[in-house]
Write a protein of this length. Structure first.
Length: 244
């Protein structure tokens, strides 16, 4: 069960989708689902509905609303295609920490105003590029947000905008599911993030998905790993149940 929704934001109007379990009466605990760099597309609609079916109201925004509404990868193309990637990197370049913060505020206002969403804490889930978004949202709204799942460049020592620098304010739970063959998140970055979370006293879990590569949960990606994806859904369901 899903519906489209337009969300007023400081930088424009965010086109988004709300997913709920079929036949469920709301309000339900809220989960924000950020897509990976490929943006809105069928495999993420499926992912959002699978999360919702466990008893949640899921809000999935178009992270690229500043540039385009709806899907940004043309039908029949992949976000890995050389004629598509430059556009995505251009759009992603607009998602500065400041822009993310403005979007977080708009998403929280939406959750507070829509009937499907219950009051109280919410979960935020991000993948690849947006795993960092989820951590940043948890750091900026520590009284409300718990965060997970799979990310890239979480703790780049040379990146002043890395979320490793802001996790000291996180109060909610954090789950990080890492692919052990992820070239975008080498072991030293995983260790650096774990150390920062531990020093901050965050209740967190780090798990290594053995044999998985970057993007292992995206069904339309060459790196998709059905076994690792199934474990990811199991871990995510447990995390959200224990947290929300």
């Amino acid at each position: 069960m899903s519906r489209a929704i337009d969300i007023p934001a400081a930088d424009g109007t965010i086109d988004a989708h709300v997913f709920t379990p079929g036949g469920a009466d709301g309000p339900l605990p809220a989960v924000v689902l950020f897509t990976d760099i490929g943006g809105l597309r069928p495999c993420y609609h499926e992912k959002a509905q699978q999360i919702a079916d466990n008893g949640y109201a899921v809000l999935m925004p178009n992270v690229y609303y500043r540039n385009a509404s709806g899907p940004v990868v043309p039908e029949g193309k992949s976000f890995r295609d050389p004629d598509v990637r430059p556009t995505l990197f251009e759009y992603a370049g607009h998602l500065t920490p400041e822009a993310q913060s403005r979007d977080f505020a708009a998403l929280l206002d939406c959750i507070d105003g829509e009937a499907e969403f219950a009051d109280g804490k919410l979960g935020v889930v991000g993948y690849c590029m947006t795993g960092a978004f989820a951590l940043r949202m948890a750091a900026e709204h520590p009284d409300r947000v718990a965060a997970g799942f799979h990310s890239a460049r979480l703790a780049d020592a040379d990146d002043p905008y890395s979320p490793v620098h802001v996790v000291g304010t996180v109060e909610g739970r954090v789950y990080l599911g890492h692919a052990d063959k992820d070239e975008l998140l080498p072991p030293e970055q995983i260790a650096r993030m774990d150390e920062a979370l531990a020093k901050a006293g965050v209740h967190f879990t780090t798990e290594l998905y053995k044999g998985a590569a970057h993007g292992f949960t995206a069904k339309d990606a060459p790196a998709y790993d059905a076994t690792a994806d199934a474990l990811h859904h199991k871990r995510l369901a447990m995390f959200l149940e224990e947290t929300l």
